[in-house]
Write a new protein. Structure first.
Ligand SMILES: *Cc1c(COP(=O)(O)O)cnc(C)c1O
Length: 431
């Protein structure tokens, strides 16, 4: 830890919240250098949906390496790319009646976001993008311009432009339909909002505090986009790959985005891997116009294909998520009502849930106490006031209960040892 604290840039962040040196990981556990085991309900911010070192995926990667399978290939045609695309077409796109071209971008989420924004601008000839309050799309400049969080925006050192922010679903309270506002500014020639190339959004805002867009809102947004010739880009980096209970987060909402951005858990194994799904009519790139040295990580092709073949060819995983989702929701509601306040909101879907603690200090104290007790949870939201739960999708009900037992104990301890009750009460009365 000493060398990390002295040598690694001050920008490091997660290692400050969980100040131990981790050495191993297996299934739903992270293990530190002293052998202490933690339940991991952060899962690499949703990059480890199938558990750490999943043995099936690990074997596929080891076999591939043992056979001298190619590791780096720019965007050459490789067997592993071919096999991944075959599986993705056959088991993910076809059964959902979706047609998309696949663009492999650089390996991180923000690389695919940049490609999407660039292509939307190229296709429409317009420069503006509409993003939404509390949206998070990455921290390279183009993506950061579409990210709401002022802490992240503050790091840019330059102007972040060509993005207008509109209120996300629920931003103005339950009674206001924020699409009405968007429609009004698009219809009004003097609103000051130029016709954008695209809207970019998450169907559930992961970093922004587990804010959920309703199907009704998403459908109205899509209608508006069609009406005005605006492209719809769904950033499914965090809430795709089964997190909400279906492979794509938007599957049951009645929308079909023009572009979909995938990353985090697509490799299944935690390897860097991102891609952009593009409606075929929009795929107007010139060959090589957008490129990158690390496009299409072959090891990730292998694990991603194995992930699809293993988990997405039957209904088992999805059924399991529904079951565990109910357990998670019920338990979180119970704990919140019992120790915090019935006024505190528990939000989520599938296996992404958040508890909006209102007070950032409270969320942080609970996170720290959980860590002490052997459970890793993260905070998110505009002021880091929301405790976020992202357990692995393959977690057993028993393991989930054990993790939630630690959570309950930690919340109880924090509330016993502090005067948060008073602060919470006065905060709730003010609201
Ligand atoms: C994590 C994330 C990104 C950025 O991905 P990186 O790999 O960190 O660049 C973009 N959008 C969403 C919704 C994310 O959760």
């Amino acid at each position: 830890m000493k060398v990390i604290n002295s040598m690694e840039s001050a920008v490091r962040s997660y290692c400050r919240a969980y100040p131990v040196v981790f050495e191993k990981s297996k299934g739903i556990n992270l293990i530190d250098e002293n052998g202490k085991k933690y339940f991991d309900f952060l899962c690499g911010a949703g990059s480890i949906n199938y558990g750490h070192n999943n043995p099936i995926l690990k074997k596929a990667i080891m076999d591939y390496l043992n056979e001298d399978g190619i590791v780096h290939s720019l965007d050459l045609a490789t067997k592993s790319k071919e096999e991944f695309l075959d599986s993705f077409q056959k088991h993910i796109l076809s059964p959902r009646h979706l047609t998309y071209k696949v663009q492999f971008t650089g390996p991180t989420g923000t690389n695919a976001v940049e490609a999407a924004l660039k292509l939307a601008r190229k296709v429409t000839g317009r420069s503006k993008i509409i993003s939404f309050t509390n949206g998070f799309h990455g921290v390279s400049l183009g993506s950061l311009a579409a990210t709401g969080n002022s802490h992240h925006r503050g790091g840019s050192g330059t102007s972040l432009h060509d993005v207008n922010f509109m209120p996300y679903d629920g931003y103005m309270g339950n009674k206001t339909n924020t699409i009405d506002y968007l429609r009004r500014v698009l219809e009004d020639n003097s609103s000051g909002i130029d016709l954008p190339a695209a809207v970019i959004l998450e169907t559930i805002q992961g970093e922004g505090g587990i804010n959920i867009a309703s199907s009704k809102w998403l459908k109205s947004l899509q209608e508006l986009c069609h009406e005005f010739g605006i492209l719809m880009i769904v950033d499914d980096i965090q809430v795709g790959c089964g997190r909400t209970g279906t492979f794509f987060s938007f599957e049951n909402s009645g929308i079909e985005p023009d572009m979909v951005i995938m990353s985090k858990s697509v490799s299944g194994f935690g390897l860097p891997f991102s891609f952009l799904l593009i409606k075929p009519r929009l795929d107007i790139w010139e060959p090589g116009e957008h490129n990158g040295t690390f496009r299409g990580n072959n090891l990730a092709f292998v694990s991603a294909k194995t992930t699809i073949d293993t988990f997405w060819t039957t209904q088992e995983l999805e059924a399991g998520i529904t079951l565990k989702s109910n357990l998670l929701k019920e338990r979180l509601n119970e704990i919140t009502t019992k120790y915090l306040s019935s006024e505190i909101e528990v939000r989520g879907k599938g296996l992404i849930y958040g508890i909006d603690c209102i007070l950032p200090d409270l969320a942080e104290s609970i996170r720290d106490k959980c860590f002490e007790n052997g459970l890793i949870v993260e905070t998110c939201g505009s002021d880091d006031q929301v405790i976020k739960f992202l357990p692995a999708l393959i977690i057993t009900e028993n393991e989930l209960s054990q993790g939630l037992d630690i959570f309950e104990k930690s919340v109880r301890q924090v509330m016993e040892e502090s005067n948060f009750h008073k602060k919470l009460e006065s905060e709730i009365i003010q609201k």
